[in-house]
Design a protein around this ligand. Sequence first.
Ligand code: PMP
Length: 284
Amino acid sequence: MGRIVYVNGEYVDEAEAKISVFDRGFLFADAVYEVSSVLNGQLIDNNGHLTRLHRSLNELSLDAPASDAEIETAQKALIEKNNLKEGLVYLQVSRGAADRAFHFPENTPTSLVMFTQELNVINSPAAEKGLAIITVPDIRWGRRDIKTVQLLAPSLAKMAAKNAGADDAWMEENGYITEGSSNNAYIITQDGTIVTRHLGNEILAGITRKAIVRLADENNMKVEERLFTADEAKAAAEAFISSATTFVTAVVSLDGQQIGDGKPGPITQKLREFYIEEALASIQ
Ligand code: PMP
């Protein structure tokens, strides 16, 4: 037996799980998703993820497939059924199955799918070593603030990184970094200011980003939400990424150029510690 996954109210073995070939998530990428991390068998910052899920649903006139309480109950049940200690819970809401047509179908219930994945989020080798990043053009659509499953451009970005012998990619548009292929991007200037792009349609408002900006603030670290270029990043003291599954992970080179001393920097490490400390405290 494989994993137990959740499909529209049922808990089934992954081999038995079925979604229609007419599902609009499959045919049109007409679906949104969320990823919540799991530590010690418990969800981290899940309210933030469910809040953003509602925003994504609203922006696309999608109906919520279940109440937040029902979704969270199912997430917890999946963690339990799969005996997941550390990793993630993925959830996806699609507009459901209907004859193929561009207009949204009427009276078609949305579909909800969830599954778990194991992952070392705390003792991550990438966080120890730091990431080598390349820049790629940001070829995604204009509403990156909505967390849709249109992930072909990020897949291509990650493959470009892999083929270049790097760990990941940062995307660039009009001369500025937008964000990472599946994370928010930050630099720390020589005077210790944490810089990350301001929110807008061009990037996803990371739930981890929100926590980091707040934690930096609470610890009297200076944060600027503004544009920055790859050149500024290369000249920075430190750089890092954030996401639900990487927390805070250092970036040690950009397009082959070392950042700082080529090791995870002290401010980056502090922020990672702050984030993990708070996450662990939230599940005591
Ligand atoms: N930007 C993009 C493009 C992402 O895919 C993600 C992670 N899904 C993030 C930022 C980080 O968001 P979060 O901290 O909510 O995981």
